[in-house]
Design a binder for this molecule. Structure first.
Ligand code: F6R
Length: 244
């Protein structure tokens, strides 16, 4: 596990964008695994700048998002479908048909999940997976007490996640309590993983991810076993690491 401690959020975002863009420059038809939430927004802005400066071309790239809320329509501004189109896809030249986001409205969720895992395999597997982390150590929506062997599946959101994500909704009651998420197995099968974190609120989860016991209570701890994982964090998220 490599650890990059950036001075601040901007540097963290630039370092992450550099890793993703170099992946695409070296392999034009790369398969990118993408995350939503506040943390990767700066990275998406940097990637858009690189695209506008003609330093990277997304024409042959395909993407798979980590997760989506269950039963939230794609028109809903809190859906991850909306987030990805609004914050990234519509600003670059990725082909719409090459972007994959789980359909939280699918009638048969089990089939939706199986098809998603199969599509990832059909596209050759994920070359680089971008992850954020919850203060409770979740990656994707794989909450504490995770089953490490699961592929994409329906998950019940942790109380802490519902509370944290209520900032995006007008009230906590509106936050969906379930979601569909790539499983840990899906994530671990990616060739490279980069995990981003910013702010002191993530410091404890980052400390445990790097130094803690590998256990289902802290889902991100499994990344210690990934052969090519890089953690890119700002100083605040890394503040408990520097004392070691
Ligand atoms: C988002 C996702 C989540 C977030 C995590 C951190 O697709 O899978 O694991 O990465 O909840 O969210 P932020 O960045 O908003 O703190």
């Amino acid at each position: 596990m490599r650890i990059i401690i950036a001075d601040d959020y901007q540097e963290m975002s630039r370092r992450a964008a550099a890793m993703v863009s170099s992946q695409v420059i070296l392999k034009h038809d790369s398969v990118l695994g993408l995350a939503t939430g506040d943390t990767p927004l700066g990275m998406y802005k940097e990637l858009i700048k690189l695209y506008e400066n003609k330093e990277v071309d997304f024409f042959d790239v395909s993407t798979f998002n980590l997760d989506e809320y269950y039963k939230l329509s794609i028109e809903n501004k809190q859906s991850y479908y909306y987030y990805m189109n609004h914050n990234f896809f519509r600003h670059i030249n990725v082909k719409k048909e090459n972007t994959h986001i789980l359909n939280g409205m699918a009638k048969d969720i089990t089939a939706e999940c199986r098809n998603y895992d199969q599509q990832i395999k059909n596209d050759g597997g994920i070359d680089i997976q971008v992850l954020g982390i919850g203060a409770n150590g979740h990656i994707g929506f794989n909450e504490p007490d995770v089953n490490f062997e699961a592929e994409t599946h329906l998950v019940k959101l942790d109380e802490m996640t519902i509370e944290a994500n209520s900032r995006f909704f007008s009230s906590k009651d509106e936050v969906p309590t379930t979601a569909i998420s790539m499983g840990i197995k899906t994530i671990m099968q990616s060739r490279r993983v980069i995990l981003l974190a910013s702010g002191a609120g993530k410091a404890d989860a980052i400390y445990k991810t790097v130094n803690g016991k590998i256990c289902p209570e802290l889902p991100a701890s499994i990344l210690q076993l990934h052969p090519d994982a890089t953690i890119i964090i700002d100083k605040n998220a890394g503040k408990l690491l520097s004392d070691d």
